[in-house]
Design a protein around this ligand. Structure first.
Ligand code: KG4
Ligand code: ZN
Length: 360
C-alpha cells in the first residue's frame, strides 16, 4: 500500500489519543486528557490515568473515525504505543488495540513512544505540506535528523538514522525529566500543577541572572572531550538543580526575607534551558546532525524555543518545531510511525507482545 490508512492509539500517560493518517497526511488527531483529575494531587496518578483511559477510549475512537470520515473497515493497519510509559496506562491502549485487531483482522504494530514523537515530523496537513519534511507532497525526514524530546516523562537527544529501523540514543536524563523538574520546582515555589506553564509565565517578570543555579553533569570529568568523551557528555541531571532551588528558598525564609519567586523561577528556567540546549547542540555538532526536531510538552516553553533556535542557528542547524498539539502526547504520532512501518514493508507485531513501561 503506497498510502496506508493507519489508526494510531496512545495511552502511555494521561492523554488518550487516537490519530488517523493516510501515509504522511494527517486526517485527525483526537485527544482526551485526564489532567484535570490529577491536578489536586500535584502529579499524574497512574491508577486514575488508567481508569480515565478506559472511560475515554471508545468515545475518542468514535470521534476520530467521524472526524476522519472513515470506518474501521477502511483502516489498513492499527498502531499502538507499547512503551515506555505508565504500565497500567499502556495496558489499556494495548489491550484496546489488540481487541480491535482481533475483531477487524487488521494488522497491529507495537510502537515506541519516543520514536513516535519524531514521526510527527513527517506529517503534513491535507494541503500536502510537511512539518519537517522536504518538498510538499512527498514528505521525507531530513538525513541525519536529530530529535530533542523534552517532556514530563523524558529528556532525550536522539539521532534518527532510519525512523523504521535505526534510532540511536545520544544522551538522556539520568534522573528527573525536565518537565518533572519544572513541576517539582513549581511546587516548591507554591505555583501549582502542572508547573511548566506557570514558571514559564512568571520567569518573564524575573531576573535570570539574580541567582546562578547548577548546570548538572557539566563538569569536565563528565564532559570529557570530543575525542575522549566523558561518561555523561550528552546526558542531563535535574535532581541537583531541584535541591538547589529548595535550599535557596529555605535560605531566604531562614533570614526572614521575602522569597524572590520570579527571580528564582527565571534563574531555574535559565539553568534548565541552558544545559538542555548546550548539550543537545554539542551532540548534534559532534554527530554531523544538521536538522533537529523539537518534541514533548516542554517544547511549549518560550525560553527553550528561543535559546534552541539561537544556538541551532549559530551552529548551522535547522530547527523544526511542530505545532504544539503534535509535540505533546497524541495518537497521530503513533499512526505516523505505524504508516512508515507499513510503507517500509515491516512485519506487523501480532498480538503476543506485552507493553513495556521501561522500553529503551
Ligand atoms: O509531553 P507532555 O504533555 O506529557 C508528558 O510528560 O509526556 O509534557 C508535560 C510536561 C509537564 O511536566 C509540564 O509542566 C511541561 O510539560 N510543560 C512545560 C510548559 N508547558 C508544559 N514546561 C515548561 N514550560 C512550558 N511552557
Ligand atoms: Zn511523550
Amino acid at each position: 500500500r503506497s498510502q496506508p490508512l493507519v489508526l494510531g492509539i496512545e495511552s502511555s500517560c494521561d492523554e488518550t489519543g487516537v490519530g488517523i493518517v493516510r501515509g504522511t497526511t494527517l486526517l485527525t488527531n483526537t485527544v482526551s486528557s485526564s489532567m484535570d483529575e490529577h491536578v489536586r494531587f500535584g502529579g499524574v496518578i497512574p491508577e486514575i490515568a488508567s481508569r480515565a483511559h478506559l472511560d475515554a477510549f471508545v468515545p475518542t475512537l468514535r470521534q476520530a473515525l467521524a472526524e476522519a470520515g472513515v470506518t474501521l473497515e477502511d483502516v489498513d493497519a492499527i498502531a499502538v504505543t507499547s512503551g515506555p510509559g505508565l504500565a497500567g496506562a499502556l495496558m489499556v491502549g494495548v489491550c484496546a488495540a489488540k481487541a480491535l485487531s482481533v475483531a477487524t483482522g487488521k494488522p497491529l504494530y507495537a510502537i515506541n513512544h519516543l520514536v513516535a514523537h519524531v514521526g510527527v515530523g513527517l506529517l503534513g496537513k491535507n494541503d500536502g505540506g510537511a512539518a519537517a519534511g522536504a518538498a510538499a507532497g512527498a514528505p521525507r525526514l531530513p538525513e541525519n535528523l536529530g530529535a530533542l524530546l523534552v517532556s514530563g516523562g523524558h529528556t532525550e537527544i536522539l539521532k534518527i538514522n532510519s525512523i523504521t529501523s535505526d534510532v540511536q540514543l545520544l544522551g538522556s536524563t539520568i534522573d528527573d525529566a525536565a518537565g518533572e523538574a519544572y513541576d517539582k520546582v513549581a511546587r516548591i515555589l507554591g505555583l501549582g500543577y502542572p508547573g511548566g506553564p506557570a514558571i514559564d509565565r512568571l520567569a518573564r517578570t524575573g531576573n535570570p541572572k539574580a541567582i546562578r543555579f547548577p548546570r548538572g553533569l557539566s563538569q569536565p570529568k563528565y564532559m570529557g572531550t570530543a575525542e575522549e568523551p566523558g561518561n555523561h557528555r550528552y546526558d542531563w541531571s535535574f535532581s541537583g538543580l531541584k535541591t538547589a532551588v529548595a535550599r535557596c528558598v529555605e535560605q531566604f525564609e531562614a533570614r526572614g526575607e521575602e522569597v524572590p519567586v520570579a527571580d528564582i523561577a527565571a534563574a531555574f528556567q535559565e539553568a534548565v534551558v541552558d544545559v538542555i540546549t548546550s548539550k543537545a547542540v554539542l551532540a548534534c555538532r559532534e554527530h554531523g546532525i544538521k536538522d533537529v526536531l523539537l518534541g514533548g510538552g516542554v517544547a511549549a516553553n518560550s525560553r527553550l524555543r528561543e535559546l534552541t533556535g539561537q544556538r541551532c542557528a549559530s551552529a548551522g542547524i535547522t530547527l523544526h518545531v511542530p505545532p504544539l498539539d503534535l509535540c505533546t502526547d497524541n495518537g497521530a504520532m503513533v499512526a505516523a510511525l505505524g504508516a512508515q512501518l507499513v510503507m517500509a514493508g515491516i512485519e506487523p507485531s501480532g498480538i503476543r507482545f506485552a507493553p513495556d513501561s521501561s522500553m529503551p
